[in-house]
Design a protein around this ligand. Structure first.
Ligand SMILES: [Zn+2]
Length: 605
C-alpha cells in the first residue's frame, strides 16, 4: 500500500480493525467515573484516562489547561401555591440568577417551546414562564426570551414520555464560550429551574382549567475554574498543515453513557485504528476531547478555536463533531453538515446503504467553527419524526438525556459500529483523497434556493437580482473547477509516471482553493458574526435562509413605511454588498486557481 492506495481498500482495513470490546472497555470506565463537571476531580480523572489510552495507542497526547467561566449546581425549591398547594421536585438551571432567600412568587404561564414567537403570543410580564425542553430553541435562548419579555423566572419541563419523572440537567448561558467585556453583559439575569416531564404535564393540565400561582427559590455558584482538555494529533504525510478536527465533549451530566461516553470511546477507537495506518494519510487528524461543553457552553472548543485560530483557518479541512452516538432505539441518521460536504455525504450513503438526512449546521453541539468558516459535520442516529412528536415529546437525544438514567443499557452496540463505519469513511475520505471531496455547485444551488425563499418572504418588497446573477457566476466557475478536478483525478490514476509530481502539486492548489471558498462563503452566508467571534448558543435565526439578510427582510415585512423602513433599506443595501463582495472573492480566487491549473500545471479539459 502507498499514499495512492485505493481508498476503499484502506477504509475496509480500518473498519475491520474495529473492536467493540475496546469501545465498551472505555465506555464502562467513563460511566463508572460518572458525572464530569468542568473543574471537578472526576473530569480530571477522565482527562488523564483519555491521555493514557491515546499514549498507549501510540499517539502523543497532551492536556491543554485554561480557565473557563462555569457554574455549579446549587439548590432549588419549587412549590405550587394556588389553586392547591404542593411541592414539585426541581433542579436549578446552571448559570441561573440566584433569587433571595424569600424566593419569587408569580402566576404561571405556559409558553410552549419558549421561542420568541411563543413569547409574543403570551403576556408573561411579572409571571413565571413554563416552557418545554423540546430543544428548539435550546435552553439559553428560552431564558433570553423570558428575560426580554419580562418574565420573573423560567421553569423548563423535561422532554420524553409523559409519565417520566426524571429531571434533565442543563445550563442557560447564552454566551458561547468564555465571555468578553461586551458579552459579559449578556449573562443570564433570570432565575431558572428544571422539572420532570410528569410534573410539567400536571401543571399544563392545571393551567388549561384555571390560573396557577407558584413560588420558587434558586441558588447557584458561578466561578472561573481550570478546564483540562486532552488533545492528540496525527500529522499527515503529504499536506502536513491540513487536518480534520475530530471533537466531542468529555465533560458530561448524569451517568454519561450516551452523552457522551459512547462518543468519547468511539473517538478513542478511531484514533487506535487510524494511527496504525498513519503513513497512508495525506492530511492529518486532530482528536480533541472538549471540556467546558455542558455548562460553560462550548468553552473548550471555543478556547481551542481562539488559541489555534491561524492553524485552523489555514489548514482545517472540516470539523467532525461526535456526540451521543448509539442511542438505543434510534433508526434515523441525520447530519448537520455544510452544503459543500453534501455530495461527499451522498457518496457515503450509497456505499453504506445508510440514509443520512442533511441539515444546515446551527450553533449547537460544539460548532465553534462557524464564524471562522470551517465546514461542520455532526452525524448521529436519532428517532423518527413520528416517534419524536407522538411519544417522545421531542427527546431527540433520548429521554434519559443529561440524567442518572443515561446508563450503559441505553447504548446500542451494533448502532455504535454503524456510526464508526460512517466516521471512518468521513475521516478517510477527507484525509486520503487526492483532492478534498467538497464541491461548490451544491453550495451555489443552495444559496439560489435561499434567495428565492427570501424574495417570497419579502412579499414582493425586495428584489435580489444582483445576488442571483452573482451566484450564477460563482456556479459557473465552480462547475469549471469540478471539471478540472475530475481531470486531475483521472491524470492521477492513468497519467504517465513522470507527470505524477505535477499532478500532486495541481491537487494541492485545488485543495487550498476549496478551503478558501469554505472560509469566504460560510462566514458570509451562514454566520452572523465576524470570523474572530462567536454567535450566542443555539441562535435560532441561523436556521433561516442567509440569516443576516433574513433578519433585515423579516423586519421590512413587519414595517410599513416611515423612518424605520428607510433605515432598513440602507441596511439591506449594505448587507447585499457584503454578500456580493464575498461571492466576488470566491469567484476571483477560483478563477486564479483555474488559470494556474491550466497555465502552470497544464491541466485542461
Ligand atoms: Zn452530549
Amino acid at each position: 500500500m502507498s499514499l495512492n492506495t485505493n481508498l476503499k481498500e484502506l477504509e475496509s482495513k480500518i473498519i475491520d480493525s474495529f473492536s467493540i470490546e475496546e469501545v465498551y472497555r472505555h465506555v464502562e470506565f467513563l460511566v463508572e467515573i460518572g458525572e464530569r463537571l468542568t473543574g471537578s476531580k472526576e473530569m480530571e480523572k477522565a482527562a488523564k484516562y483519555i491521555k493514557g489510552v491515546l499514549k498507549a495507542y501510540g499517539l502523543e497526547p497532551r492536556i491543554d489547561e485554561f480557565y473557563v467561566y462555569t457554574s455549579f449546581p446549587g439548590v432549588s425549591e419549587f412549590k405550587i401555591i394556588q389553586p392547591e398547594q404542593f411541592v414539585v421536585e426541581s433542579f436549578p438551571n446552571l448559570h441561573s440568577f440566584s433569587t433571595t432567600s424569600e424566593g419569587i412568587e408569580g402566576e404561571l404561564e405556559y409558553v410552549g417551546s419558549g421561542s420568541e414567537d411563543e413569547f409574543k403570543k403570551k403576556d408573561v410580564k411579572g409571571k413565571i414562564a413554563l416552557a418545554e425542553l423540546s430543544y428548539s430553541p435550546p435552553r439559553p435562548e428560552k431564558a433570553k426570551n423570558a428575560e426580554k419579555y419580562g418574565a420573573k423566572a423560567l421553569v423548563i419541563m423535561n422532554w420524553g414520555p409523559s409519565d417520566k419523572s426524571i429531571i434533565g440537567r442543563g445550563a442557560i448561558k447564552w454566551v458561547w464560550g468564555n465571555p468578553t467585556p461586551e458579552s459579559w453583559k449578556l449573562m443570564p439575569k433570570i432565575p431558572s429551574i428544571n422539572i420532570s416531564r410528569a410534573a410539567g404535564e400536571r401543571l399544563k393540565e392545571m393551567l388549561s382549567k384555571k390560573g396557577v400561582k407558584a413560588w420558587l427559590k434558586v441558588e447557584n455558584v458561578k466561578s472561573w475554574v481550570k478546564a483540562k482538555q486532552p488533545v492528540a494529533e496525527i500529522v499527515g504525510s503529504n499536506e502536513p498543515n491540513m487536518f480534520v478536527l475530530v471533537g466531542g465533549h468529555l465533560d458530561a451530566w448524569g451517568k454519561t453513557a450516551t452523552c457522551n461516553s459512547s462518543g468519547n470511546a468511539l473517538m478513542l477507537e478511531l484514533a487506535r485504528c487510524f494511527v496504525k495506518y498513519k503513513e497512508f494519510l495525506r492530511r492529518g487528524i486532530v482528536f480533541a476531547f472538549w471540556d467546558g461543553h455542558e455548562i460553560a457552553e462550548a468553552a473548550g472548543s471555543t478556547w481551542y478555536v481562539d488559541n489555534f485560530w491561524e492553524k485552523l483557518r489555514k489548514g482545517c479541512i472540516a470539523y467532525l463533531n461526535i456526540d451521543s452516538p448509539g442511542l438505543k432505539g434510534a433508526t434515523r441518521f441525520i447530519a448537520y453538515a455544510s452544503p459543500e460536504t453534501w455530495s461527499f455525504l451522498k457518496k457515503i450513503e450509497e456505499e453504506t446503504g445508510i440514509n443520512i438526512e442533511k441539515h444546515i449546521p446551527i450553533k449547537t453541539g460544539d460548532n465553534s467553527v462557524l464564524g471562522i468558516g470551517i465546514p461542520y459535520i455532526s452525524t448521529y442516529a436519532t428517532y423518527t419524526q413520528e416517534e419524536l412528536e407522538k411519544t417522545l415529546n421531542h427527546a431527540s437525544l433520548g429521554w434519559w438525556y443529561h440524567s442518572d438514567e443515561d446508563t450503559l443499557d441505553k447504548i446500542d452496540g451494533e448502532l455504535l459500529e454503524e456510526h464508526f463505519k460512517i466516521y471512518v469513511k468521513y475521516i478517510a475520505g477527507l484525509c486520503c483523497s487526492l483532492i478534498i471531496p467538497f464541491e461548490f455547485v451544491t453550495v451555489a444551488d443552495y444559496i439560489t434556493k435561499e434567495l428565492e425563499e427570501l424574495e417570497k418572504i419579502s412579499k414582493g418588497k425586495v428584489k435580489l437580482n444582483t445576488l442571483f446573477e452573482k451566484v450564477k457566476e460563482f456556479r459557473d466557475v465552480a462547475e469549471e473547477l469540478n471539471a478540472l478536478i475530475a481531470k486531475i483525478e483521472e491524470m492521477h490514476v492513468n497519467g504517465k509516471e513522470e507527470d505524477k509530481a505535477r499532478v500532486e502539486e495541481a491537487a494541492k492548489l485545488v485543495n487550498k482553493c476549496i478551503l478558501k471558498n469554505s472560509r469566504i462563503l460560510t462566514s458570509a452566508f451562514r454566520s452572523t458574526v465576524d470570523p474572530y467571534d462567536q454567535e450566542p448558543y443555539g441562535l435560532s435565526i441561523l436556521e433561516k435562509p442567509i440569516p443576516r439578510l433574513y433578519a433585515i427582510i423579516k423586519e421590512m415585512t413587519e414595517t410599513s413605511g416611515g423612518e424605520r423602513a428607510r433605515l432598513l433599506e440602507t441596511k439591506l443595501t449594505r448587507e447585499k454588498n457584503r454578500l456580493v463582495d464575498a461571492l466576488n472573492d470566491a469567484i476571483d480566487f477560483t478563477w486564479l486557481t483555474i488559470d494556474n491549473l491550466r497555465l502552470k500545471y497544464d491541466v485542461n479539459v
